[in-house]
Design a protein around this ligand. Structure first.
Ligand code: ADP
Length: 396
């Protein structure tokens, strides 16, 4: 039996999950937040307990060391030798990485080279990788890229109609994101409907703070809504999603801002936050809608409309669809948004069972028996995909 640590390192946080493989059972999970600030937050769940402390975590290295010490102190593992592999989520692998990769210095350099395309994420992942390399020098580490799953898109799906040299010189094209989640959910969707994966067509709606839609045909991503960066696609917590690029130059002129400043607003101050004027959190926007705030209602309507635009396009592109699957924080929990989306798709013969949609439970079907497309809620599990790939690639 192997114990694999699945890691998602951000600029000031490390999310972790230790899994027993191949059973795929979670031994412990948690997060270290506010790394580098005066007081950190360390949350760990194990044996049905959840504990929170406020250690000082000057850098990721201290965070990782504290995590490993805690595993021993609490008897979660008897020895660190039990950890046989570490898998790291990496947001951007570009065209270079076509599969998850055993981490070497060359791989780290390449992840760094690709940081232009994911400036907030890739450098933070490297800091996390270095911290685990230092703490567990003899344990194989594997990079699992969000972009790899979308590398099966055809050129017609990933190219922008911009000067071709931009693609050749700078790699300007769609890469997509959330690949690990889309892959997990689409595999699970095929299992749930009892069809071989190679014959199953699924449209996955990953609706979290970041949100993307993916068309998965026969287990392969054939199109996805995010692009060169996660800004493209549907409106999200703080991101605008797709718009006419002229908006950027127009606002630059009107407000005397640089293009970088306007793009920053499109990434951080738009979407739910910008439209509702309240919050990027769907719970607050729902409360506003229920209080009669028309901008909050409009926020959900705009997002639902855009989601449906993609779902309809992907239905046509794949020549049909067996399952529409909702996942991530909003996809799993926001019944009014799911209804808002599915009720716009009646022309495709898809029918929501309002009662099933209202019930709170985990993975479940929410369409009626006569619905032509089955609709499921499938909680995503990126950590299990990271652990599976770590075992496969490191041959554990
Ligand atoms: P990310 O991983 O991209 O940060 P999540 O998948 O955690 O995002 O999703 C965050 C979103 O999910 C937030 O908008 C939050 O309001 C929403 N969400 C999470 N839990 C619930 C819930 N119980 N009810 C309604 N919305 C929820």
């Amino acid at each position: 039996m192997a114990k694999i640590m699945a890691v998602n390192a951000g600029s000031s946080s490390i999310k972790f999950q230790l899994l027993e493989m191949p059973a795929e059972t979670v031994i412990t999970s948690g997060v270290m937040e506010r790394i580098g600030l005066a007081e950190g937050i360390f949350t760990i769940k194990y044996d049905g307990k959840k504990e929170e402390t406020n250690p000082v975590l000057p850098t990721h290295a201290e965070g990782v060391q504290l995590l490993l010490d805690t595993l021993i102190d609490k008897g979660i593992v008897k020895s660190l030798d039990e950890i046989t592999g570490v898998g790291h989520r990496v947001v951007q692998g570009g065209e270079f990485f076509q599969d998850s990769s055993l981490i070497t210095e060359d791989v780290i350099n390449k992840i760094q080279d690709l940081a232009d395309l994911a400036p907030l994420h890739n450098p933070a992942h490297i800091i996390g990788i270095r911290a685990f390399q230092k703490a567990l020098p003899n344990v194989p580490q594997v990079a699992v890229f969000d972009t790899v799953f979308h590398q099966t898109m055809s050129k017609e799906a990933y190219m922008y109609a911009t000067p071709y040299e931009w693609y050749e010189k700078y790699g300007i094209r769609k890469y997509g994101a959330h690949g690990t989640s889309h892959q997990y959910v689409s595999q699970r969707a095929a299992e749930l409907i009892g069809k071989p994966l190679k014959d199953t067509k699924t449209i996955v709606c990953h609706l979290g703070n970041g949100a993307s839609i993916c068309a998965v045909d026969g287990g392969k991503s054939v199109d996805t809504s995010m692009g060169l960066t996660p800004l493209e696609g549907i409106p999200m917590g703080t991101r605008s999603g797709i718009l006419d690029p002229t908006v950027v130059s127009y606002i630059c002129e009107k407000e005397g801002k640089s293009a970088a400043e306007v793009v920053n607003i499109l990434n951080k101050k738009s979407g739910y936050l910008g439209m509702s004027g309240r919050s990027n959190d769907a719970r607050d926007v729902t409360a506003g809608m229920n209080d009669g705030d028309h901008r909050c209602k409009l926020t959900f309507d705009v997002q639902a409309k855009r989601i449906v635009d993609y779902v309809a396009a992907y239905y046509v592109y794949m020549g049909g669809c067996d399952v529409i699957a909702f996942t991530a924080g909003m996809g799993e929990n926001l019944k009014h948004l799911r209804a808002n989306v599915i009720n716009r798709l009646g022309v495709l013969g898809v029918k929501l069972d309002e009662k099933l949609n209202d019930t709170f439970s985990d993975e479940r079907i929410i369409s009626t028996p006569d619905s032509k497309i089955k609709v499921y809620i499938i909680p995503t599990n990126e950590e299990v995909m990271i652990a599976r790939d770590t075992v496969r690639v490191a041959k554990i």
